[in-house]
Design a protein. Structure first.
Length: 217
């Protein structure tokens, strides 16, 4: 058996370190995360943006305390809601706040669910903090059913003005997602197209909310 290439091994180690730093940072924020008006309002805006036509099963990736799924639950009680997050303290809060949903601790790049299990995947204010974006987006393809779609919310360039956004305490890379053009290019590289989007702002932070669909391969 061939030995692993040094560069590949180094990359896996770096990703593992980044995941651990992100897990630690968000575990520390879990108890107070819901106090953020911005995060609550973005979750509500995403829920309003989402098209729930023909949606039975929703998977929220990097769900945090479940704010997006809570907002979707207020729109419809007919959908099945599942969230995954790498930070166990976030998962604990989410389970308490929305007991009718299912929340598990899992890495966004390795989601322990069967193929074609979701009609809608949401990923809100999290893409910049996922350690292996390519693997995570590959998982979206695997998990989406036919005609399934994704809705994301990402900070735009120069749109991170709140105190927590100015002082990141975890590894983050906003560049692939911070304009409609950059997000479209990132999506295209991974087999998706952006079909609609809006800009959302609370006059402090500005985010791009976008709908993705898989493209033929």
């Amino acid at each position: 058996m061939d030995a692993a290439k040094p560069g590949a091994s180094r990359g896996r180690v770096e990703q593992a370190q980044r995941r651990e730093e992100i897990r630690t940072a968000f575990d520390a924020r879990a108890a107070t995360y819901d106090e953020s008006t911005m995060h609550r309002d973005v979750a509500a805006a995403v829920a309003d943006f989402v098209d729930l036509t023909d949606v039975d099963d929703v998977l929220d990736v990097a769900s945090g305390t479940g704010l997006v799924l809570r907002a979707l639950a207020r729109r419809s009680r007919a959908i099945t809601l599942t969230g995954i997050d790498v930070a166990p303290a976030m998962v604990e809060v989410a389970r308490r706040q929305l007991p009718e949903a299912s929340f598990i601790e899992a890495d966004a790049a390795l989601i322990p669910f069967a193929d074609a299990c979701a009609d809608l995947i949401t990923c809100v204010t999290a893409l910049h903090a996922i350690a292996n974006t390519a693997a995570a987006l590959s998982e979206w393809h695997r998990l989406l059913r036919t005609r399934g779609r994704v809705v994301s919310a990402t900070f735009v360039a120069d749109g991170r003005k709140g105190p927590l956004r100015r002082d990141h305490r975890y590894p983050a890379d906003h560049r692939p997602f911070e304009t409609r053009e950059q997000l479209s290019a990132t999506a295209a590289r991974h087999g998706f197209a952006i079909i609609r989007s809006i800009l959302w702002s609370d006059e402090v932070d500005t985010l791009l909310i976008a709908e993705w669909v898989p493209t033929p391969r």
